[in-house]
Design a protein around this ligand. Structure first.
Ligand code: CO
Length: 498
């Protein structure tokens, strides 16, 4: 796409409004109709890419929206043919929550490419490069762009320490480049990267890598826009932003102020501010339909807790509800104190789905029941090596306890986790039978055996779609407001007449 008035070395922008932004703010609930309505205009804006798919969209479409995610992708491709479409892929976990067999990974990626994905942003929760092997080779087979992603993690308020230091990231980046990555992304999913760390990290990566470098952050800790500016000064090639109505809080920094900040300089994006503001109006207009999914419990836009203990926001809310259920919310501080210890004993994994849940639940159980008196089957799988190799060795004592009565044995595997999984596609085809009409539908069953099959029954009219899954219209929202306003008015009138 030609961009006029850009600087000599313009920062290129991946827009996340159609995926990560509403995943972060509105529980991924924005429907295809509302995305499609603006896709053609988004295509004209001059973005480097549009992140439109992957992450939680696939699960939410089938589980909560009764929408076929493949149809969403095909439609967006048709409406936005000029700008590369991008997805977030959880490596061997694809868009699910466990490791899938290699044949599922290959089939899934081929189908994504056929339906319109140009750039695959691939990450692994443990940054274990072996979990990228199969997806990388499948993406290459399709002739598409591999963006390797490294999860940004910390063990203190700033980058450094024994695990997540500069060398760690640089070494990982070099390995992923050698494995065939076409670009590299630092994926700061919890929004924790500090501006000067962003500068040091991007400068170091730019020095050693041939491929372009992208930074992905969230506004969560309040440092996001500052970190982008320092990353831009350090030479970052691409950044991820979204349109203002869906920006800030736990979402991406907004694009509009960045465009103005860079105007007239060497890194001027060349994007048209007026056009961006016009695009934003669409999202402002449709947002009321999704207001029930917005977290309006706090005044603060910034999550100050993450600055103190580096525990991602989502993990904290999970812990709070877990402790409330157990009637033990008074022990929250003890659990917070336990998290760093449990995490260290489990090999200091990045705190991202699914490792954040594993560490959080285990830390809570360590406090409530006694240290490693209870170990979930998920943590057993993890200790056994089924998720890959954590950055540091797992504590040998913890390993022994966790695998004591484990079904697969008490000697952990050291090979690539994908190597111990039998092919799955043939079995899934048989189980799905006539219910799955095409490859896309077979893959829905492959990813989510229960909810996927249920979706196909709804979608093919074999079972009635639950009432609460019906899309909400702006008319519905207006009616709701009118009912509330009327009730309030009559209540007030009652009080006044007394
Ligand atoms: Co993100």
């Amino acid at each position: 796409m030609e961009i006029q008035n850009a600087g000599k070395n313009p920062v290129r922008i991946t827009d996340t409004t159609l995926r990560d932004a509403h995943q972060s703010l509105l529980a991924t609930r924005v429907r295809t109709d509302d995305l499609a309505a603006i896709a053609a205009e988004m295509d004209q804006a001059g973005f480097h890419s549009l992140e439109v798919w992957g992450g939680a969209t696939f699960d939410v479409c089938t589980r909560f929206l009764n929408e076929n995610p493949w149809e969403r992708l095909r439609l967006l491709k048709k409406l936005a043919p000029r700008t590369p479409l991008q997805m977030l892929l959880r490596g061997q976990n694809l868009v699910g929550y466990r490791h899938y067999a290699d044949d599922v990974v290959r089939a899934f990626i081929h189908h994504c490419a056929e339906c319109g994905i140009d750039i695959f942003r691939v990450f692994d929760a443990l940054n274990d490069e072996r979990n990228f092997e199969t997806s990388f080779s499948a993406i290459k087979e399709c002739g598409k762009h591999i963006q390797a992603s490294i999860c940004f993690s910390l063990t203190g308020p700033r980058m450094g320490g024994p695990v997540y230091n500069l060398d760690y990231y640089v070494n990982k980046a070099l390995i992923l480049q050698d494995m065939g990555a076409d670009s590299l992304c630092i994926k700061d999913m919890a929004g924790m990267i500090s501006p000067y760390d962003a500068y040091d990290l991007i400068a170091a990566l730019k020095k050693v890598l041939r491929v372009p470098v992208q930074l992905h952050t969230h506004y969560t800790s309040g440092q996001g826009s500052m970190s982008y500016l320092k990353a831009i000064e350090a030479g970052v090639d691409m950044i991820d932003t979204c349109l203002a109505p869906f920006a800030l809080r736990s979402s991406q920094p907004a694009i509009e102020p960045i465009v103005v900040t860079l105007q007239g300089g060497a890194r001027d994006t060349g994007l048209d501010l007026g056009r961006l503001i016009a695009l934003g109006r669409h999202f402002e207009r449709i947002a009321p339909k999704y207001r029930e999914f917005r977290d309006d419990t706090k005044m603060a836009v910034v999550d100050t807790a993450v600055l103190v203990h580096q525990v991602p926001g989502g993990m904290i809310s999970n812990l709070v509800s877990q402790l409330k259920q157990a009637g033990a919310i008074n022990r929250l501080q003890e659990v917070f104190d336990e998290i760093p210890r449990t995490r260290r004993e489990l090999g200091s994994p990045p705190l991202v789905t699914p490792t954040s849940q594993m560490v959080g639940v285990q830390a809570a159980q360590n406090v409530l029941v006694g240290r490693y008196k209870m170990v979930s089957s998920q943590v057993q799988d993890y200790v056994y090596g089924l998720y890959g190799r954590p950055p540091m060795p797992i504590d040998p004592e913890v390993q022994k306890i966790a695998l004591k009565r484990y079904k697969r044995g008490n000697q952990p595997i050291t090979c690539r986790p994908g190597d111990v999984l039998e092919p799955e596609m043939e079995k899934i085809r048989q189980t799905a039978g006539d219910l799955a009409k095409d490859m896309g539908e077979v893959l829905i069953c492959a990813l989510y055996p229960q909810t996927g099959m249920q979706f196909l029954k709804w979608n093919h009219g074999l079972e009635p779609v639950p009432k609460e899954m019906k899309p909400k219209t702006l008319e519905d929202v207006k009616n709701e407001d009118e009912i509330v306003a009327k009730a309030l008015a009559s209540m007030r009138a009652g009080i006044e007449s007394e």
